[in-house]
Design a protein around this ligand. Structure first.
Ligand code: G3I
Length: 495
């Protein structure tokens, strides 16, 4: 078995010398690595989900963050964070038009500083409304609600992966209709007004409708389904449906079919608040949920509603870690299901290119982001992959060069992705270089199922992670296009 590593190739001066060697053996090596690791057994929930193009998240309570066991597990296992209470209306606008973000920021900043994304929860909800809003009705309440959406979504613009724009607005039971609430009494269009305001405030965030008891096909989930279908038909901006999935000792047999029918409307589905009653069926139900999400390409991630059983809002030990922080059988069943599952997801991957946006380019194989190594700003600095942290060294903007080609510019350095030395060889290094309009700085982007391939105009070769590495610091090179997962990139809009 050939043992030449990417690092050795690099040290040996592969940029100029190794074309022949790499041309003959490199493709084979790359394919062997990829085939040998079709589903690498990742050892944490977040890493395993990322390998499948998904995220795995948890809810965090600001008051628990100083507990080292708690925060240690959260940091190790999860790559999506929801504030359990700190971004709700009562927390963020305690008196009218006076906003308080300190506790929300505590969670958002911790998440971002640790390379995690954030689900915003929740802009409008009939519960946990501040006292002053509970005393409003009619147009005064409507105006206050829309102002709240606008102000909070604007404040967090660029930092939130998905917002629960409206939470729990449908009634339980068989009606399939809206829940009665003061918000509903402002007029049936309050939900779409909220979604439009959220889109205007943060065009980069996915906008979700979130609810519970919607996990199977039933009157309530069908009412939501009909609303989403209507929104899509009329162009009301909605991107995702959140299934909270607070579950007992059984799970609807049509759980996956329900996810699928929402996905078929053209929205993502996210499992947003998963917890499952302790009992002999707990691990099985967790596994069923995980498998169902992985089986639907547009089910883009799962969030559990807390870290340890003792952190839960429920008293029936519904989470993945016990009170001491030990992994439960439910944890193992989820991790195994993730590791065995199929790819897809395409979480966060844009389906078209907006030249005004900033994107993080996440590699499909490694889950890591295209990164200017060591925050360099000089010409010739190498481009690598690194664990995603959304820093400026991981943000890129596309500028059209015509004919479907783009220059790809670093937010950190202002320099372009460049095939070093105008190489046409497999393994040719990708660096950053001052814009010179050269064909070696132009890339044709083709997006399929949420993943882009980027082909050099100069060489006709694809941008890839060398050797299908999953390590931080692995080199980005050009290579003959073979549609490998290491040649596919999610374009995740962050600004
Ligand atoms: O922090 C105060 C504390 O100072 C006070 O002494 C104590 C007295 O009861 O209350 C504490 O606040 C509690 C807060 O959680 C923080 O622990 C509130 O009473 C309590 O109502 C609040 O519960 C939250 C609940 O939403 C409110 O409806 C839960 O933590 C939170 O997990 C739960 O989350 C909801 C989702 O947002 C929406 N979907 C359902 C889900 C579960 O109910």
């Amino acid at each position: 078995m050939m043992r030449t590593t990417p690092a050795q190739l690099h040290q040996n001066g592969w940029r100029r010398q190794a074309a022949a060697l790499v041309a003959v053996t490199g493709l084979v090596l790359t394919m062997l690595v990829a085939l040998a690791n079709p589903a690498q057994a990742a050892s944490t929930l977040g890493a395993s989900a990322a390998e499948k193009g998904r995220y795995f998240g948890t809810a965090i309570a600001a008051g628990r963050m100083s507990d080292s066991t708690y925060i240690g597990i959260a940091n190790r296992e999860f790559n999506m964070i929801t504030a359990e209470n700190e971004m709700k209306w009562d927390a963020t606008e305690p008196s009218q038009n006076s906003f308080s973000y300190s506790r929300g920021d505590q969670i958002v900043n911790w998440a971002r500083n640790n390379g995690k994304q954030v689900r915003g929860h929740a802009l409008l909800w009939h519960a946990q409304m501040p006292g002053w809003a509970q005393n409003l009705s009619g147009s005064a309440l409507r105006n206050a609600a829309i102002n709240h959406v606008t102000k909070v979504a604007t404040y967090y613009r660029g930092k939130v992966h998905s917002w629960d724009v409206v939470n729990e607005a449908f009634a339980d039971g068989g009606s399939g209709g809206r829940r009665d609430s003061s918000l509903q009494r402002t007029g049936n269009d309050w939900i779409e007004a909220a979604f439009r305001a959220a889109r205007a405030a943060d065009p980069g965030a996915k906008l979700c409708y979130n609810d519970y008891n919607t996990d199977g096909i039933n009157a309530k989930s069908t009412g939501i389904y009909n609303m989403v279908r209507d929104f899509k038909a009329r162009g009301v901006p909605i991107d995702c449906v959140g299934l909270q999935s607070h579950l007992g000792t059984s799970i609807a047999s049509d759980y996956q079919a329900n996810i699928q029918r929402f996905a078929d409307l053209g929205v993502d589905v996210q499992i947003t608040e998963l917890d499952v009653q302790q009992g002999s069926n707990q691990a099985n139900i967790y596994q069923t949920v995980t498998r169902a999400c992985l089986a639907v390409a547009r089910c883009t991630g799962i969030t559990v509603w807390g870290v340890r059983d003792t952190d839960s809002w429920r008293s029936d030990n519904p989470l993945l870690f016990d009170g001491s922080g030990n992994k439960k059988a439910a944890y193992t069943s989820v991790l195994n299901a993730l590791n065995a599952g199929s790819g897809g997801g395409g979480d966060g991957g844009s389906t078209s290119i907006d030249t005004g946006a900033w994107y993080v380019l996440v590699n499909r194989n490694s889950g890591k982001a295209l990164d200017v190594y060591n925050l360099a700003t000089n010409d010739g600095a190498r481009i690598t992959q690194w664990s995603r942290n959304n820093g400026n060294q991981q943000q890129w903007q596309f500028t059209s060069s015509g004919d479907g080609y783009y220059e790809i510019r670093s937010r950190l350095s202002g320099k372009n992705l460049d095939v070093s030395g105008r190489s046409t060889a497999d393994g040719g290094a990708i660096v950053q270089w001052t814009d010179n309009n050269g064909a070696n700085q132009q890339w044709r982007a083709t997006i399929t199922n949420g993943y882009a391939t980027l082909i050099s105009r100069h060489s006709g070769k694809a941008l890839e992670v060398q050797g299908a590495s999953t390590a931080d610091g692995a080199n980005i090179v050009q290579y003959t296009s073979w549609n490998g997962a290491n040649q596919q990139w999610q374009l995740v809009r962050v600004g």
